[in-house]
Design a protein around this ligand. Structure first.
Ligand SMILES: [Zn+2]
Length: 481
């Protein structure tokens, strides 16, 4: 039996987070009453003229630069002609051509599970407008909501031949790309609301051959999970077709989340069917080197750079570094703590355990929490210097989290400093031994694990303030006497 390998290209559409639409002043807003964010321009009335949204173009250029693309010195808008009810003009304003599109021939590098880096080439990053939305009416029949028509849309397409060879890599790419968009603040990344949409095309071929198979395109994928599962399903479906002597049909297929299956939606039009031509209503866009240089300066440190820095400078592992860069709010908070002198590993541990848990339970973010970076740095430093024990640290964190008091203040008020004075600890130890004389015999007869209980008694008597390391040493010394 032949062995098959998977090839996946990715087409991603990202709605841009601008205030207004691409060619008119209508506001961009998700979830508004249908057809209330519209005007003659985005409804495609004859005689109207589009005026491009400068911010949207800037967002696409920034993304293209962040994705290591070449930027077109001159770029024009094209009309993509097709008939569909959600497209009032009968064409979509888009872009066409290898080097005419705003950004082209770039790449994105993403960390993989095994700690390596996968490079995925990108063919183009272009600008276009979104279409309206067909919806089923509660009273029966269908309606069209044009609130989304004309919303600025960025299209990011990977290169051919495809670099993505597994469903995992497809997910890693999408995760990495979404992070970049969020760091650049150009898209809100909400797949469940459709502001980030991914349409992978999938083909298989016999391992060792270089002829790519017929590809199918997948739609309706609204989570990372559905992207991964959809691709895995499509791979298996295509393999079984070929195994049975049938062939793969070029078509667009939908993903049925409930049934975990793909189903045929429509056969795929080829590119020529759209009869692209330059839009005569719009002037070409020209970008000077100076302008692009200025734009480059506004790009913040990107997730991969942060991921590498956290490992190289702070010695964090793949897992910790990935967690911190996954959300901009996390890495921003972490960076602030480090700037204030916090210990990277300790800060990371606190953020990803107790702190994250408390935020989750109360629906807050690192930025909205009363525990500021200053609080967390102070708390971890108190523990590190053994002024307080780790256990007391947790109690103090809870208090800070509730009322915003500084950890040092709480320690002062409640007298929670750690006891490291050996003479004081010895008294506690003597007391514990006096109350449990039978344990001394057990210890001497070889049951050395009773020491844990005795240490616990001292910790209890000292209300958690005794330094556990010193307690352990003293207790052992006394028992061995
Ligand atoms: Zn409008």
């Amino acid at each position: 039996m032949a062995e098959y390998t998977l090839s996946t290209g990715m087409e991603v559409h990202a709605e841009l987070e601008t205030d207004s639409k691409m060619f008119c002043r209508c506001p961009v807003e998700f979830g508004a009453e249908p057809n209330t964010r519209v005007c003659p321009v985005c409804l495609g009335m004859p005689g109207t003229l589009p005026v491009p949204n400068r911010k949207a173009i800037e967002f696409v250029l920034k993304t293209a630069l962040a994705l290591n693309c070449q930027i077109a010195k001159r770029s024009v808008f094209h009309r993509k002609n097709y008939f569909y009810p959600d497209l009032p003009k009968g064409y979509q304003i888009s872009q066409f051509g290898d080097t005419n599109v705003l950004g082209h021939f770039g790449y994105l590098e993403v960390p993989t599970k095994n700690g390596g880096i996968k490079k995925i080439n990108i063919r183009k990053v272009q600008i276009e407008e979104d279409t309206g939305k067909l919806m089923h009416l509660p009273s029966g029949g269908s309606g069209i909501d044009f609130n989304r028509a004309g919303v600025p849309l960025m299209e990011i397409v990977t290169d051919f031949p495809p670099d993505i060879e597994t469903a995992d890599e497809a997910k890693d790419y999408l995760v990495g790309l979404r992070q970049v968009l969020l760091y650049l603040k150009v898209c809100n990344g909400k797949m469940e609301e459709g502001s980030l949409r991914c349409e992978p095309n999938i083909s298989i071929r016999v391992i060792g051959t270089d002829k790519y198979g017929t590809k199918t395109e997948l739609k309706n994928l609204n989570s990372f999970r559905s992207v991964q599962h959809g691709i895995e399903y499509e791979y298996k479906r295509q393999v079984s077709l070929l195994e049975n002597g049938e062939s793969v049909k070029q078509e667009t297929r939908g993903w049925d989340e409930g049934a975990e299956k793909t189903f045929p939606m429509r056969s795929k039009e080829s590119e020529e069917d759209y009869k692209y031509f330059p839009d005569p209503d719009l002037v070409p866009m020209d970008f000077s080197d100076e302008y692009l240089e200025e734009l480059k300066k506004t790009i913040p440190e990107l997730p991969l750079a942060k991921y590498r820095r956290y490992q190289a400078d702070y010695g964090l592992n793949h897992y910790d570094a990935s967690i911190l860069v996954a959300e901009l709010s996390w890495s921003t908070y972490f960076d602030e703590c480090i700037k204030m002198g916090g210990d990277p590993k300790l800060i990371c541990n606190w953020m990803s355990s107790d702190f994250a848990k408390s935020l989750n339970e109360t629906g807050q973010t690192f930025q909205s929490s009363l525990v500021t970076p200053k609080h967390l740095v102070e708390l971890t430093t108190l523990i590190q210097k053994e002024t307080i024990s780790g256990k007391i640290g947790k109690d103090i964190f809870e208090i800070s989290f509730k009322n915003g008091k500084m950890p040092s203040e709480i320690v002062q008020e409640k007298g929670l400093t750690q006891i490291s004075d050996e003479s004081v600890i010895e008294k506690y130890a003597d007391e514990a031994l006096k109350q449990n004389p039978e344990l001394i015999d057990k210890y001497k007869s070889g049951q050395t694990n009773v020491i844990g209980f005795l240490v616990g008694q001292v910790m209890k008597q000292s209300k958690g303030r005794a330094n556990p390391g010193i307690v352990q040493n003293i207790m052992k010394k006394k028992l061995d006497m």
